[in-house]
Design a protein around this ligand. Sequence first.
Ligand code: NAI
Ligand code: MG
Length: 499
Amino acid sequence: MTLKIPYEDQLHADTVAFLSAQPKQLLIGGRWTPSLSGKTFVTNEPSTGLPLAEVYEAQPEDVDLTVADARAAFEKWRKVTPYQRERLLHKLADLIEKHSQVLAEIETLDNGKPIGAALNIDVPSTVEMFRYYAGWPTKIEGGVKPVSIPNRLNYTLREPVGVVGTIIPWNFPLSMISWKLGPALAAGNCVILKPAEQTPLSAVYFCELAIQAGFPEGVISLLNGAGEVTGAALVAHPGVDKIAFTGSTEVGRLIMKAAAGNLKRVSLELGGKSPHIIFDDADLETAIPYAAGSIFGNAGQSCNAGSRLLVQRKVYEQVVEAVANSAMHIRVGVGMDVGTDMGPLTSLEHYQRVTRYIELGQQAGASVRFGAQRPSGVPQGGYFVSPTIFENTTDDMAVVREEIFGPVLVATVFDTLEEVAQRANNTPYGLAAGVWTRDISRAHQLAGMLAAGTVWVNCYYQFDPSSPFGGYKQSGFGRDMGHEALEQYLNTKSVWVGL
Ligand code: NAI
Ligand code: MG
């Protein structure tokens, strides 16, 4: 298939060269290869809706081959010293940094996000994550246990679980690679990466860099393809020891069931409907841009988006007016244009889903404070929606209860701490929450009361490789980042010695 490269005159020569070589192949046993069946799929450029690249789709037989190669590779990889693993992870981080521009352009073209965000957030945070985990291989320790049986020595060994399948979403493709592969590789596992079919490309370039960094054959494999085909085959495979997943709660459930066959380990980072709570004593000047940024950043396509804004009565009107004003000034446009604040949504399917929610909100009687229209001056065929704010909602409406995963905010008023805690927790999700107040005891009280894996007080959307991130309730279990993530990729062996 010959495809016209969009925005070609704005791209780095290496990006053009990368996009010109198609179809993109699978990485199996250290070799780039077509799928055995020759089957391919197409990924689109979201600002035009036009095809961007053709990619080979891994079928179950490709998954079988990959798992067999990864298992063989694991027997060699487990003998590589911690220091060598550290060196490889550092080399990989350096190469990602060196090729930041190309990776950012690929991410923007495939996902739609503004190039500034890709360049200043996605790529550097990926580099940081790999550097953080590069520090770990030489620090993973067992312990000597104070057992009370005479003449016995007991100690523990921390060992990699083996072959890890990682299934990631399309909203932050590169970052998600680093969240899973950083700890999995640091712990000494082999990894099979299955990116989202909406954004398969940055993973291909990433794997080219991993080969350059010198990772041995079969330690990192790449299988692009559809969730129900490639993803499902990986999850069901008896040769896979663990699945690390980020995506929808619905698919999280399917994965848990499918993983039961060989009782593989599962960690799930799923959806959210996170409350963002502003009390009337808060520093509003700081809180307001965070309230807007937490839902409109990345076009709302974040699991931790602050999608429910709860504002105390006295300042409700002032806060919502200011957030609406911020929404009005967001420049919605093409990701490759440097002036763009908010790009299109990533896929047509998702665009239809988000616009359906906006209609549902209106039908249910919520009032539109801002947006709910197609933005003007954007290319035909692109998946653009404008930032949207709903008011006068009830807690049973779909727009209040369900994850929309778009730039759609629901604003409501509250009076008391007890009320807001109850309403904030009135959701099947429990990923994140934000609290703004100058009252220190109220802040800590609420931090304890909120059923969420992350609570941000007087800030929002803060991430650091050392701080664990994950869900309560139906937002999943297991943690990404920190030493907590590392634990999930390790087994503990207890060794007894008769003295
Ligand atoms: P999804 O959960 O279907 O996709 C995430 C990943 O799972 C992709 O790599 C996909 O190929 C894979 N997958 C899908 N079905 C699978 C299966 N049966 N077995 C194994 N892997 C499978 O999410 P989708 O459909 O792209 O988006 C739907 C909704 O999910 C979004 O509107 C959003 O609400 C939520 N979502 C949440 C994310 C998060 O960060 N927590 C990320 C992406 C979506
Ligand atoms: Mg899906």
